[in-house]
Design a protein around this ligand. Structure first.
Ligand SMILES: CC(C)(COP(=O)(O)OP(=O)(O)OC[C@H]1O[C@@H](n2cnc3c(N)ncnc32)[C@H](O)[C@@H]1OP(=O)(O)O)[C@@H](O)C(=O)NCCC(=O)NCCS
Length: 258
């Protein structure tokens, strides 16, 4: 796959999603960005690229190309997509979007929306904020289930593997569920952060994956210290799909409950 070229374009439940190939070898990841890729960016984005360390240039450019392509598919011109103080892609009112990049792939998810911060009104696209996340499903990694899952989610996991073949299959399923939950929670975080503007721990959200590409999400937001009122309530939607054999792509959208 040619680095920095679009490799898929999908209409997903929460928006248009474009995937862009990133270099996978070390030299490519830290090497010069092709002129054609830089030329597709806004001038202010290109100026920002020059301030970044080589490895970070690759992911920044890939993410911007992916999100710009998704917005272009919706006929939205975002101008320069720089970053908010909290690290999210800064988009104009009328657009919502999110970025993820991992091991050779960057994705951008976009939808038309109002500025969303106030929950929106009629004709603003619903006031949804978006999140997208990609994770590679690999076995043999450290078990992160205790960090990522709440007790009720841990109880739903297939049993931990031991030696025989059935147990190995159960182990693979268990691993995939943990990767899904991690990905879904990161996507939710990206969509929720514009409203709460704080670190939200993995134990403040529970997710349950359905076979049909949907998932349930329940927020258990803790009241932040010093705040008089609880945050929310919020409406949260999650969807997932597989890209190739080993990538799980999760999208989320969040808005104040109506
Ligand atoms: C911010 C975070 C979600 C990024 O996830 P990641 O797997 O490290 O990296 P990804 O490649 O998937 O995503 C990186 C992109 O996230 C986006 N992002 C970063 N901070 C963000 C924020 N506060 N809100 C929305 N999007 C954000 C950026 O677009 C970034 O790419 P860019 O810098 O090139 O623009 C993660 O590092 C984090 O801090 N998580 C907080 C805890 C959490 O996820 N809790 C889950 C329970 S809700």
């Amino acid at each position: 796959m040619t680095p920095f070229q679009a490799i898929f374009r999908l209409d997903l439940p929460h928006g248009r999603c474009v995937g862009v190939a990133l270099p996978t070898d070390f030299a490519g990841r830290g090497g010069a960005i092709p002129e054609a890729a830089l030329g597709a960016l806004d001038v202010e984005e290109r100026r920002h690229v020059e301030t970044l360390a080589p490895l970070r240039r690759t992911t920044f450019v890939g993410g911007r190309l992916a999100l710009r392509a998704a917005l272009a598919d919706l006929s939205i011109d975002p101008g320069a997509i720089l970053s908010t103080a909290r690290g999210a892609p800064r988009l104009p009112a009328g657009a919502a979007g999110s970025i993820s990049h991992k091991d050779g792939l960057a994705v951008g998810l976009a939808a038309a929306a109002g500025d969303g911060a106030d929950g929106g009104g009629a004709g603003d696209g619903g006031g949804w904020r978006l999140g997208v996340d990609i994770e590679r499903i690999r076995t043999g990694r450290p078990d992160i289930s205790g960090k990522v899952l709440r007790p009720e989610e841990l109880a739903r996991l297939p049993a931990a593997p031991d030696a025989d073949a059935d147990a190995l299959a159960a182990g693979a399923r268990r691993n995939e569920e943990v990767v899904f939950a991690f990905s879904a929670k990161e996507a939710i975080y990206k969509a929720l952060d514009p409203f709460v503007q704080r670190y939200v721990s993995f134990h403040e959200v529970a997710v349950l994956r359905r076979d049909d590409g949907a998932a349930e999400a329940i927020l258990h937001l803790r009241r932040p210290p010093g705040r008089a009122a609880d945050e929310g309530p919020f409406e949260v939607q999650v969807a997932w799909s597989r890209i190739d054999d080993d990538v799980i792509l999760t999208t989320a959208r969040v808005r104040p409950a109506r």
